[in-house]
Design a protein around this ligand. Sequence first.
Ligand code: URA
Length: 433
Amino acid sequence: MHILELIEKKRDKKKLSKEEIEFIIKGYTNGSIPDYQMSALIMAIYLNGMSYEETTNMTIAMAKSGEILDLKEINKTIVDKHSTGGVGDKVSLILLPLVASLGVPVAKMSGRGLGFTGGTVDKLQSIPGYNTEISKEKFIDSVKKIGISMISQSLDLAPADKKIYALRDSISCVESIALIASSIMSKKIASGAEKIVLDVTVGNGAFMKTTREAEELAKTMINIGKLANRETICILTNMEEPLGYAVGNNLEVKETVKFLKGEMPEDLKEVVFELGAYMIKLAGLGENIEENKQKLQENILNKKGYEKLLEMVKNQDGDITYLQDLEKFPKAKYIKEITAKEDGFIEKIPAKEIGKIACYLGAGRERKEDEIDNSVGIVLNKKVGDRVEKGEIILKIFANGESRLKEAEEKIKEIISISKERNKVKTILKTII
Ligand code: URA
């Protein structure tokens, strides 16, 4: 087999066999296929797509590129959660301690920010001391002992995905159904998940721009789940505007703590409760979705979800005094309020542009090696559909440099629009079982 022939095949819209896909994944993981050839192949896949069969074979080959975690010793059904990415998406940070407080075991491997979207690992690392790179033994032991652990992709799980994910990000090949489906499902299979709940985001701030594309991605992942014997449920959620109010690492951690203490933005609550209710169901701890939502509500009111977050952070060497006193988190040097120019209803706060501006301020990376600035970002005061009066604050920009602040301010003024009529989009668009 030769890589050039395989690139040619995909370039010419032909199908790759299971053996050919295994050859590619193995070769790229061990370095015998260089980045430039893999880039050409990835671009061909991006342009020409892959069949269900090719995508499944790619997923399995990627899952097998490293260790496949065996979580049987936990002795409970392991239900995992993953999102296809978004802006202001702190769902994992809130949802996972919350379901863990109800007895759903959580063994979660999260990612870093990708493109304009944020990553759970970056948010966790904004909590001083929190260690996202614990050993496999401590990871499993933590799930057994306290019911939850959240780590980065640091164990030798799906190393092929780690390499391909970074490559895709650097050659503008992220938004592909076959590549996203194989990336997510390979990680879930490698990390020992038996059942999977997926948040498939749709809209301006998501990789899937339309419900039709998102449904296609959802069906692809459900199909891979079936073939790999992992029951998978997909929930399509709106990502036209940022989720909740905060965008930026420690700003989102603060919103997480407030949420778990009962201050819940409506859209974020809908997503957390919908995904959580299905996680409880798949874990075999409650058949009825509405009753499961009640259980989640109870563990917000009695603060058990919040206590579980503290327990997890402490267990991974994080300093919980920051969560107990949110004022302790480092603050940005400059805070600029953006106000409404006229009366009306907020029409658009485009998530992608907000995500890009947050990255530009330092909340994300322009290059892989860039350092993250945990205190910068954007906090909304208003959401799409909200009424505003002229002069009222729409959002605040948190920055550490004067020139970046100025540029962010100019860009934001261009992208936010106000209309005379109220138009509000649904948050949960569809649940596909
Ligand atoms: N999340 C992933 O894990 N992989 C992708 O390709 C996109 C989002």
